[in-house]
Each structure stands twice: as C-alpha cells, then as structure tokens.
Write a protein that binds this ligand. Structure first.
Ligand code: NAG
Length: 285
C-alpha cells in the first residue's frame, strides 16, 4: 500500500511534469513566432536600407560605394538594430544570442539560402518547422503536410517545434482526419482525401442532402409528411393548446410561442392573433 506521503509526492511529480510539458509547448510556439517576427523585420530592414543612398544620378564612384554598402557590415548592423521593439525581451534575447548566425548568413549564406526564415528559424536555430509539419523533428501533420487535416481543420503545432500534430476540425467537420460531418451536416463531396460538409435543411436532425426531403430524421418541432419531407409542426392547432387559456399561440418554423399574460380577454386574444397573422406588431403596455 502507498502511504499518503507517497501519493502526495507522486501527485506533485505528475503535476510538475504535465505543467512543464505544457509550458515548454507554449514556449516553443512563442519562440517560433518571435523568430518569424525577427526575419520579417529583417526583410523590412533590408528593403528600407536598399533605398538608402539612392538619390538618382549616381556617379560611378557613388555606384561603387553603394554596391559596397549593399553587402556591408554597416548595413547589417542597421538592419539588426531595427529587428525588435526595445520592450520585447524575447526578441532582443534571440537576436543577441544569435548575432553570429546573422553575420554568417549575411556574408556567407545569403546567396545560396536567400530565405532567411527557412535558413535561420527552421534549419539553424530550429525553433520552427516548415508549413504542415510540427514537433521536434518536423513530422508531417495528420492528413499530410500539403493539406493538413485535409483542409478542414488546424494541425496542433503546425509550423513550430511544438504540438502533437492532431487536428482540431473546422465547424461542420469531425473525426481524426476532419473528413466526417457533424450531425446537422452532410457530405456534399467525399473521397479518401477530400471532404466537403454542408449544413442540412433547418428541419433535419441528420440528412443526406440539402432539402427538407433529404432528412434521415426530423428535428423536434417538425414532422414527416406523406412525401417523406419534414414540415413545420403547427403546435397551435393541437388540442389542447400548448399555451395557457388567456394566452394566444403563435406558430413559428420549428417552434411556437405563447404571448400575452393574465388580463387579456379571449376576444382580445383572437384579435391579437389576427393582427400578428397580418404582420402587425402588437405590444403590451
Ligand atoms: C478527391 O476529390 C477532390 C475534389 O473533388 C479531387 O481533387 C481529388 O483528385 C480526389 N482524389 C481522389 C483520390 O479521387
């Protein structure tokens, strides 16, 4: 038997491990978005400094100076200075930590690997994955990296070194692969890799098509007619009326409502019903 002390220790250890795993996942996702921000800003800085010194009508001497500036350390430093908001600790930390890598890329890799995001964030410091891949080893998402979740959901950790690659499906879809439809939706198109779920008619609980004749089962408030279509159930024509004696009943699509309280006479109730049918709104003081 385990002592209470042992149970508490085990519980604490389990909580600690779970929390650590959770925070690490969050941190990994954040590192990737920080890195993306940095390389985006690098691109902006690159464009901004490209316009520098271009006044038009450059002399040959100026052209030479310019082409030197283009690949110079000075230009790199100017770009690096604009990568982070001074308030962003994460960003500044990442840039400082990897300043050497930026130099390496700038002077030696830029030509062969022009995509800085890919070279830096994915391949060098390994905080991101290519699109459609997740986790420490950049495995393909469920459904493949071309169309994760078959285009009907989001892959957990997509593009980062975090996550488990599972899908959270868009509304209307369900299942591990986001190919199945939820109740109230039907497969308009479907094969092994593609699925389009469309909403059923309002009268159907489940269905095989988009009209009220394609219901497998009617929703409450609707009933099947002789042609097998789901049509509105007129609750107000039922005996006894679903409303209290001094209320009037208003049928609506798939439902009904009871209106008026207490003091209305039966005649009044009939008039109000009539007005409502004519589309005149009746309010009670
Ligand atoms: C599945 O359907 C989609 C869309 O209609 C189509 O592009 C794709 O080629 C189909 N795949 C197969 C294996 O039939």
């Amino acid at each position: 038997m385990l002592s209470i002390g042992a149970v508490v220790t085990l519980y604490c250890a389990a909580t600690f491990i779970l929390n650590t795993a959770y925070t690490e996942g969050k941190d990994l996702k954040e590192s990737c978005s920080t890195c993306r921000q940095i390389t985006d800003n690098f691109g902006k800085g690159f464009d901004r400094t490209a316009k520098k010194n271009f006044g038009g009508g450059n002399t040959a001497w100026e052209e030479r100076k310019l082409s030197k500036y283009e690949t110079s350390e000075i230009r790199l430093v100017e770009i690096l200075e604009g990568l982070c908001d001074s308030s962003s600790f994460e960003c500044n930390h990442m840039v400082e930590e990897h300043e050497e890598q930026f130099e390496t890329w700038w002077f030696k890799r830029k030509t062969k690997h022009p995509d800085l995001f890919k070279w830096f964030c994915i391949d060098t410091i390994k905080v991101c994955c290519p699109k459609g891949a997740f986790g420490p080893d950049c495995n393909a998402c469920v459904g493949g990296s071309e169309r994760p979740c078959h285009g009907n959901g989001a892959c957990d950790g997509d593009g980062t070194r975090a996550g488990h690659g599972k899908c959270s499906c868009n509304h209307g879809y369900q299942g591990e692969f986001c190919l199945d439809c939820i109740d109230g939706y039907f497969n308009e198109e479907r094969n092994d890799t593609f699925s389009k779920c469309t909403e059923c008619h309002a009268s159907c609980k489940t269905c095989t098509g988009s009209t009220n004749q394609d219901c497998n089962e009617c929703k409450p408030g609707w009933e099947e007619n002789e042609e097998g279509a789901c049509i509105d159930l007129d609750e107000c024509s039922k005996e006894p009326s679903p409303c209290k004696e001094d209320q009037y009943c208003l049928n609506t699509e798939g439902s009904h409502s009871c209106k008026g309280t207490g003091a209305l006479s039966n005649r009044m109730v009939r008039y109000v019903s009539l007005f409502e049918k004519l589309g005149v709104e009746v309010t009670f003081p």
